[in-house]
Design a protein around this ligand. Structure first.
Ligand code: COA
Length: 328
């Protein structure tokens, strides 16, 4: 096991107050609370209102981290935001967040790895600290996914929600921090989970609005299988790299997309469900924000205590997948 380069200190999250239950969807679409709960474990999700921008949610999560760590925005050397639903395509979400925070000493940029974004961003933060580019790196994952979700498509609409989570990466003290990490992607499978239109290859036009190609499209069954295999692979690889066994893991925080994917991942990793943090029933899939929100809730509810070993694992569009073993 190598000595950690960075530790993660302080956590924060924000979820919009508006709750949309499964029953609300069954009034709009040919679906039911029973179907959604049985197939996904989701009971409700949060939906941001017009004034709750991606940047505002990111700011709210970041403020908790600053309060936890006693830092001011001016202490931040870098801000890395993971998102696939930025408020606007140019400039980056991180630059808008930087302006809101008044973090004028920071370099700010986004990381795009969909639902795996928070994990990728933590790896980038570790690299910045290792290269002595930065000491205090704010890592935020923030999504307003419901704006890029097709509310007329029952196969995707019921799955996603909005929210943000954050933490701070800084040079490790006392052996705490990231023990090992693993990142992978497979771009050949991109079209199983993607937004076909709206980018430079298919700029916005009337057709785009007509065929809903601005929204997320997903081949659910194929994505399900890949998610289980990839998260299992990521758990195995990071445990091996960290020199740990599953029995030494105190808490698994997986990407919250579907309870059946979470259960299959835990089973493969050999981690009992009482050591798995689950909040998918309340938020649905908040993409990059998912693990970040769960991490904050695990800390604030006392599930994650100093001295514990925690395994973070995620899978998303790309496909991308990654895992981190962290000494908390
Ligand atoms: N309500 C009712 N029926 C629905 C439905 C809904 N919300 N969504 C899909 N169905 C229907 C399908 O149309 C299909 O009907 P058909 O048999 O008449 O064609 C049937 O349910 C079975 O569809 P299928 O896609 O095989 O169901 P599933 O058991 O695979 O569950 C998902 C669908 C989307 C819940 C599941 O595939 C999944 O969770 N995939 C991964 C999604 C995910 O996590 N994505 C993000 C990864 S980061």
């Amino acid at each position: 096991m190598r000595r950690p380069i960075v530790e993660l200190v302080g956590t924060g999250s924000y979820t919009p107050p508006r709750v949309v239950t499964n029953d609300e969807f069954s009034k709009l679409l040919a679906t039911s609370d029973q179907w959604i709960r049985d197939r996904t474990g989701i009971r409700e999700r949060r939906v941001a209102g017009p004034s709750e921008t991606n940047a505002c949610m990111a700011q709210a999560a970041a403020k908790h981290v600053l309060a936890d760590t006693g830092l001011t925005p001016l202490d931040l050397d870098a801000i890395v935001v993971a998102t696939c639903s930025p408020d606007r395509l140019l400039p980056s979400q991180a630059c808008d967040l930087q302006a809101l925070l008044g973090a004028t000493n920071a370099a700010a940029f986004d990381v795009g790895a969909a639902c795996t974004g928070f994990m990728y961003a933590l790896n980038v933060a570790e690299g910045l600290v290792a290269a002595e580019q930065a000491r205090n790196v704010l890592v935020v994952a923030s999504e307003k996914l419901t704006t890029i979700t097709d509310w007329t498509d029952r196969t995707t609409a019921v799955l996603f929600g909005d929210g943000a989570g954050a933490t701070l990466a800084r040079p490790s003290a006392n052996g705490r921090g990231i023990l090992a990490s693993y990142m992978r992607s497979d771009g050949t499978l991109a079209e199983l989970l993607y937004r076909p239109g709206g980018g430079a290859d298919h700029p916005p036009d009337e057709q785009l609005l007509k065929d809903h190609s601005y929204f997320i499209k997903m081949a659910g069954r194929e994505v399900f299988k890949a998610a289980v295999l990839s998260m299992a692979d990521a758990c195995d690889k990071v445990l091996e790299r960290a020199g740990l066994t599953a029995g030494q893991i105190d808490l698994l925080i997986p990407h919250q997309a579907n309870i059946r994917i979470i259960e299959a991942t835990a089973k493969h990793a050999g981690i009992p469900m009482d050591k798995v943090f689950v909040n998918v029933e309340r938020y649905g899939n908040t993409s990059a924000a998912s693990v970040a929100i769960a991490l904050d809730e695990a800390v604030r509810t006392g599930r994650l205590q100093p001295g514990m070993k925690v395994l973070l694992v995620a899978f998303g569009a790309g496909f991308t997948w990654a895992s981190l073993a962290v000494q908390w």
